[in-house]
Design a protein around this ligand. Structure first.
Ligand code: BTN
Length: 314
């Protein structure tokens, strides 16, 4: 149904050599997973907007794909969770796991990551580092640069990065990054780099999300092939991870700051302990911390937290 055209229940049943009841069950399951299906009596079913399904051989043949061990699954709890399980069982550096459906997609701070079949790109990459986990503190910012470079390649303009790791368009979230690490302080360590990109989110799904969101269909005036997009992100990811391994954020920091949505703006940062901190964003350190300047001219470093662009009431 990737063509977005109507297909009758009978034609689908014949095509897959199953009963019409099985077709109906499969379509129900697709709807439960978030697919938007239209049913018209006499014409059949149509997948709203169509979809380009992921195809490992198509991605592997792209310039970025060959450097990875790719696996594409129809459905999984979370590509991050599964790839971490595989990492602990010895999966190789450069493994990439993408899923059409995540039924327990994870976001930062214990949130759920919402995605829809064909309307999202959800995948994770396993990267092994010789360095210890403390050297990886700026990793999510490096990954943000890779996403920015890739999405710009498709013509996306006015993209912003939000510390520490969101990609925004007009202050609305287009993509998110979740990095989970395991390892020793002195190294080696392993990072599972999870990326979710909104391609075409139905209104019902947007309504479930507790922050302003957008999708690539809104940002661009043309559809994007998901395989080509994944190949491009993987290529840029390879470049930034290689640079990050060699010299941390040194080479990437300027590019990140130039795209920061809140650079030189007054912000309120909600800290992990529930307290908040107000100040103007002045810079990003080489290890990925945000530096705020307070009204009294004092500066403080923020290593983790969530940024809100709001007035601070003393
Ligand atoms: C965030 O912005 O909160 C981070 C979102 C990260 C979502 C991706 S989708 C692929 C990978 N698997 C997950 O369960 N989460 C990440």
């Amino acid at each position: 149904m990737s063509d977005g055209e109507f297909h009758s229940g009978a034609a689908l049943a014949q095509r897959f050599d199953v009963s019409r009841a099985s077709v109906w069950n499969a379509l129900q399951a697709a709807q439960t997973a978030g697919a938007v299906l239209h049913k018209v009596r006499g014409r059949g079913y149509r997948l709203s907007g169509g979809a380009s399904w992921l195809d490992a051989s198509a991605i592997a043949s792209l310039p970025g794909g060959a450097a990875y061990t790719l696996d594409i699954v129809d459905s999984i709890d979370s590509t991050n969770a599964e790839l971490m399980r595989r990492a602990l069982a010895g999966a190789p550096h450069g493994s990439c796991l993408a899923a059409e459906i995540q039924h327990a997609g994870r976001g930062r701070r214990g949130r759920t990551w919402h995605s829809v079949p064909g309307g999202s790109l959800t995948f994770s990459v396993l990267w092994r580092f010789n360095q210890g986990i403390s050297a990886l503190s700026g990793l999510s910012l490096a990954v943000g640069v890779a996403l920015l470079r890739s999405l710009r390649e498709f013509g996306a303009a006015d993209l912003q990065l939000k510390w520490p790791n969101d990609v925004l368009w007009q202050y609305r979230k287009l993509a998110g990054i979740l990095i989970e690490v395991q390892g020793d302080v002195m190294g080696p360590s392993v990072a599972i780099i999870g990326i979710g990109i909104n391609l075409r989110l139905p209104t019902a799904v947007r309504d479930e999300i507790d922050q302003a969101v957008t999708d690539l269909a809104e940002v661009l005036d043309r559809p994007v092939d998901r395989n080509v997009l994944l190949g491009s992100v993987l290529r840029h990811l390879h470049d930034v991870l290689t640079a990050f391994e060699a010299q941390g954020l040194r080479e990437l920091r300027g590019e990140w700051q130039a795209a920061h949505a809140y650079q030189d703006k007054p912000v309120r940062v909600l800290l992990a302990n529930g307290a908040d901190l107000c100040g103007k964003v002045v810079e990003l350190t080489e290890d990925g911390a945000l530096v705020l300047e307070h009204a009294d001219g004092q500066r403080s470093r923020v290593n983790s937290g969530e940024v809100h662009l709001t007035r601070c009431v003393a």
